[in-house]
Design a protein around this ligand. Structure first.
Ligand SMILES: Cc1cc2nc3c(=O)[nH]c(=O)nc-3n(C[C@H](O)[C@H](O)[C@H](O)COP(=O)(O)O)c2cc1C
Length: 381
């Protein structure tokens, strides 16, 4: 038996995760026309070398209109799948599972890259050749004042976007992904249907909880029909709209949604939170480490579905405890992986799981184990 819950393997359907650490989806806004390039190969490839069990692409749009910025990845055509193939091949060769998050940005589409302002596209962006496009959402209400006004989707338009999610799942198969996640968090399109703060519809896709859940549930069903039986399907949710406040979408709503998703063949609920109207990317403010553990715990206990917990997991003992305590089956890291792509290897060493650097890529591990005894002498302590 492994001395670490975090570094024990996990099998979901036909996919074995070598441990419980996952690199979270993170937009890098570095694609052209949604196509992956050598940036994505190196960026994602180094996380696979770094020891994570699965490496997620950033939110990859199911149609051009569903991108957050002009630089987002897309997965709406065979060309997009082809461009991602070298990335999935490399990740798999490095011992990790290639994973893709498919997404539609809804009313948070047509934005500036963060370093261009992180607001709606404007004249400065237009001068750079990055024009505004029309956006859509559950209801005709902007993220906040001064932002683009979305058009409310009609029922046939909803069906057309759901078909694009299913088509994207087909392209993801062709691209060689082993894991697929539907993005239903952070205020993007699917979440804008779930939350009573952003869904003001009176038809079958709004109103009570069942109506607001309909978009995500139908989308999951259609994606599951295309995504192979032996591959895991994840859904990322904002477990609550507002952490620590009884406002909007609640944890009990998430329990209900998770149960319904499980019945439709979803395997893992990826527990994030927030993003409905305040931040473009959720969970970036000051918090305590592992603060979403209670969300993972409650959903896992109530429904028996696998959970992944994300958000401010920095230290080995926090990550270990998330799995050992039963809050999460998988632990996702975002910014910590940007800071240290070898984070999983480092914490495995720290936890005593990999004292000999045996899990590192051989061309590194061979040297690192010989480097250890030299360090004291060199550092003089
Ligand atoms: C640069 C950056 C880009 C992100 N892009 C996405 C994304 O594409 N999809 C998503 O669901 N979350 C996205 N997030 C949120 C992360 O996946 C993660 O949930 C969040 O950063 C909290 O985890 P952390 O504290 O380990 O960074 C992004 C976060 C960062 C920092």
């Amino acid at each position: 038996m492994s001395i670490s819950a975090l570094f024990s393997p996990l099998t979901i359907r036909g996919v074995e995760f070598r441990n419980r650490t996952v690199v979270s989806p993170m937009c890098t806004y570095s694609a052209t026309d949604g196509l992956a390039n050598d940036w994505h190969l190196v960026h994602l490839g180094k996380f696979a070398q770094g020891g994570a069990a699965a490496v997620f692409t950033e939110a990859s749009a199911v149609e051009p209109r569903g991108r957050i910025t002009h630089g987002d990845l897309g997965i709406w055509s065979a060309d997009h799948a082809q461009a991602l193939k070298p990335v999935t091949d490399f990740i798999r060769r490095s011992g990790a599972m290639p994973a893709i998050q498919i997404a539609h940005a809804g009313r948070k589409a047509s934005m500036q890259r963060p370093w261009h302002g992180n607001g709606p596209l404007d004249d400065t962006d237009r001068a750079r050749g990055e024009d505004v496009w029309d956006i859509v959402a559950a209801s005709a209400e902007p993220v906040k004042q001064g932002w683009l006004m979305p058009t409310e989707l009609s029922v046939p338009e909803i069906a057309s976007i759901q078909a694009k999610f299913a088509a994207a799942a087909g392209h993801a198969v062709d691209a060689g992904f082993e894991v697929l996640e539907i993005h239903s968090a952070h205020g993007y399109l699917a979440h804008s249907f779930l939350s009573p703060l952003s869904n003001h519809r009176n038809d079958a896709y709004g109103g009570d909880l069942a109506g607001r859940m309909r978009f995500t549930l139908e989308t999951a069903e259609q994606v599951r029909a295309v995504w192979p039986e032996d591959k895991p399907l994840f859904v990322r949710i904002s477990a609550v709209d507002v952490d620590g406040a009884d406002e909007g979408w609640s944890l009990e709503d998430s329990v209900a949604l998770s149960g319904e998703l499980k019945a439709r063949g979803v395997d893992v609920i990826d527990c994030s939170s927030g993003g409905i109207d305040r931040l473009a990317a959720a969970g970036l403010g000051p918090r305590e480490q592992g603060f979403r553990a209670p969300y993972g715990s409650r959903i896992r206990d109530a429904t028996g579905i696998f959970t992944m917990v994300v958000g401010l997991v920095l230290d080995a003992d926090v990550a270990e405890d998330l799995v050992a305590s039963g809050a999460a089956d998988l632990v996702a890291v975002g910014r910590e992986a940007l800071y240290n792509p070898n984070w999983p290897h480092h914490i495995a060493h720290e936890l005593g799981v990999d004292p000999e650097f045996a899990d590192w890529p051989e061309p590194y591990g061979w040297w690192l184990v010989r480097r250890e005894p030299l360090l004291d002498g060199v550092r003089g302590d």
